[in-house]
Design a protein around this ligand. Structure first.
Ligand code: INI
Length: 173
């Protein structure tokens, strides 16, 4: 998958413990929360996320996709899902594309804050696959177009974060 990389291969081993989550999906339960607004973009993000999740070993029975009307609704639904503790990570997907009004700024800002807050307050990793772009073309380029698929990357970040948290929490015992 082409596109922005998380630079994993460039991190050199150094002194001390290297605490890093791997990308294995074995034994993980992952949920996607996706907005239908701008579905021509978000359906591609969901495809990319599901491809990443299943191809890294998550079983289909351990994957769920929850659809909400727009990105603004993502944090609340993610909060309810996180509170159940049934999911090791949640992948949040949406496409906020600038229109002619300030709606874009309000929706984009609130969604980012909401996702970060839910993640920190529940201890469940939520990853941010909400595109915020100035044009439809920029969104398409990042949803399976020439700049990769942010749904795929947000899913990889979810796998890595879930595995790192598992490692850290097991060390505490
Ligand atoms: N929702 C999006 O996901 N993307 C957008 O670009 C968008 N804009 O620009 O309006 C958008 N609005 C809907 C919003 O998320 C809520 O669903 C709506 O306001 C109802 O609460």
């Amino acid at each position: 998958m082409k596109g922005p990389s998380f630079n994993d291969e460039e991190v050199k081993d150094g002194p001390g413990l290297r605490l890093k989550g791997n990308l294995s999906g074995q034994g993980l339960r992952i949920a996607v929360v996706a907005a239908r607004f701008n579905l021509f973009v978000t359906s591609k993000l969901v495809e990319g996320a599901c491809e990443a999740i299943l191809s890294h070993g998550v079983e289909e029975k351990d994957l769920a996709v929850s659809w909400v009307p727009g990105s603004f609704e993502v944090p609340l639904v993610a909060l309810e899902m996180a509170k159940t503790k049934k999911w090791d990570a949640l992948v949040c997907l949406g496409a906020v594309i600038r229109g002619e009004t300030a709606h874009f700024d309000h929706v984009g800002g609130e969604v980012a804050r909401g996702i970060a807050t839910v993640s920190r307050e529940t201890g469940v990793p939520l990853t941010f696959g909400i595109l915020t772009t100035y044009t439809e073309e920029q969104a398409i380029e990042r949803a399976g177009g020439k700049l990769g698929n942010w749904g795929y990357y947000a899913a990889l970040a979810a796998l890595e974060s879930a595995n790192l948290l598992r490692l850290l929490r097991n060390m505490e015992e």
